[in-house]
Design a protein around this ligand. Structure first.
Ligand SMILES: *[C@@H]1O[C@H](CO)[C@@H](O)[C@H](O)[C@H]1NC(C)=O
Length: 152
């Protein structure tokens, strides 16, 4: 192959790659501003309704496998049967996690934050000056804390 033809081929390949990259770029704008944290806690169970989780924010009993919104708090819970002890019910709580560390280059985006929307859309959204990233306090990962496992 002549060097010239080779160069054209490379240019064409790079072009195709750029088109694909451009297609994928806009996706990660909103998603990474919403963080979901999960933790497992023992479920509330009423004496007269064994085998069901009690949702105090709804004042209702919920079957295992079903979820409910935690309004007026921003979160969602799911009733789950404990894998290690099937006679125990657990509540998988999902929420927006800790607030970011104070940063005067970022502010709460009151247009994008809708506190009455269902979880996770009620989570606070922040807008930062270009190049500024919010930092979050150090917390254990999205999985349940190991201490919770030992208690069960
Ligand atoms: C907020 O969310 C609720 C529930 O989805 C919706 O009815 C309402 O129109 C939303 N408000 C804004 C300002 O988007």
């Amino acid at each position: 192959m002549k060097p010239f033809a080779f160069g054209v081929l490379i240019a064409a390949t790079l072009c195709v790659a750029n088109v694909f990259a451009a297609d994928e770029a806009p996706k990660d704008t909103d998603e990474d501003t919403v963080k979901i944290y999960k933790r497992l806690i023992p479920a509330d169970v009423l004496r007269d309704f064994p085998g069901m989780c009690f949702a105090s924010t709804r004042c209702a009993t919920i079957e295992p496998g079903k979820s409910w919104d935690l309004a007026p708090f921003c979160g969602r819970s799911t009733c789950v049967v404990s894998e290690t002890n099937p006679s125990q019910l657990l509540e998988l709580v999902e929420d927006c996690g800790p607030l970011p560390l104070a940063n005067d280059k970022c502010k709460l985006d009151t247009d994008k934050t809708n506190k009455t929307a269902p979880f996770p859309y009620c989570c606070p959204k922040f807008t930062c000056e270009p190049g500024v990233k919010l930092e979050y306090p150090d917390v254990k990962g999205p999985e349940a804390a190991p201490e919770d496992d030992k208690k069960n």
